[in-house]
Design a protein around this ligand. Structure first.
Ligand SMILES: C[S@@+](CC[C@H](N)C(=O)[O-])C[C@H]1O[C@@H](n2cnc3c(N)ncnc32)[C@H](O)[C@@H]1O
Length: 223
């Protein structure tokens, strides 16, 4: 199987899961097959997200003695980046294989990696709230209905006065939604404001990927 075929698998798996009305089933399947060399995880660059790194370069954010949560942490690069910044980090993913892989990659990690589903997160984190929550690229792989359901859940994970940093693909109302990963609309981002999150900054820009991708990078503060 060539590289192109391996790459196609993510979309095929997503499509199959959606057609069975089980939109969260394909992540584990993809990570398992990728570990066996039978698929490629399109988002795994084995380095922290450049849009996250760039945000920290531009913002003098004090991270010592603060807790951070990485949602949908995949193979752990963003979580490790946050840990290096000085946060005490918890990171979760629905895929057990992703979490095992992240722990293998970062043997001496300080990050608390857990297998958990965002939609059942209270079972895993009880009432824990975090100073800094990062959601990058998970919402965009969820269908619209689940994206909407995710908003209050994510908002609830942020402590009072804490920050939510959200990074996602972006589109306008009249743009075609295209294929997964689905770019989000501004109005979907504004939904967070209904849950005690106040927008501190809203960036709408094209990143440095080739070809360039339009992104929203939004900072909210919990009031
Ligand atoms: C597009 S990937 C992004 C991963 C990572 N943030 C990155 O940029 O490399 C989305 C991740 O979210 C995870 N995920 C999807 N739905 C989830 C859910 N309901 N709860 C927890 N993790 C989920 C997937 O397994 C996957 O690792």
């Amino acid at each position: 199987m060539d590289e192109i075929e391996k790459r196609k698998k993510a979309r095929e798996f997503a499509k199959q899961s959606l057609s069975k009305n089980k939109p969260l089933d394909w992540f584990e399947k993809l990570y398992t097959q990728a570990k066996e060399g039978m698929a490629i995880i399109p988002w795994a660059d084995f380095e922290p997200n450049p849009n996250l790194v760039d945000w920290f370069e531009k913002n003098n954010f004090e991270s010592r003695n603060k807790t951070a949560l990485k949602i949908g942490c995949g193979l752990g690069d963003d979580a490790e980046f946050l840990s290096q910044k000085g946060f005490s980090v918890t990171a979760f993913d629905i895929s057990q294989s992703a979490i095992e892989w992240a722990k293998e990659r970062f043997e001496n990690t300080k990050v608390n990696y857990i297998v958990a589903d965002l939609f059942k997160i209270e079972e895993s984190l009880k009432d824990r709230r975090f100073d800094f929550v990062v959601e990058s690229y998970t919402l965009q792989v969820l269908p619209k209905k689940l994206r909407k359901e995710a908003v209050p859940i994510i908002a609830n994970l942020v402590k009072k006065d804490g920050i939510l940093l959200l990074i996602t693909r972006a589109r306008n109302e009249n743009d075609d939604e295209g294929q997964m990963p689905w770019p989000l609309l501004k109005k979907e981002i504004l939904e967070f404001e209904k849950h005690q999150l106040k927008i501190v900054s809203f960036e709408d820009y094209f990143d440095n990927e080739e070809p360039k991708v339009r992104r929203f990078r939004v900072v909210f503060r919990k009031i």
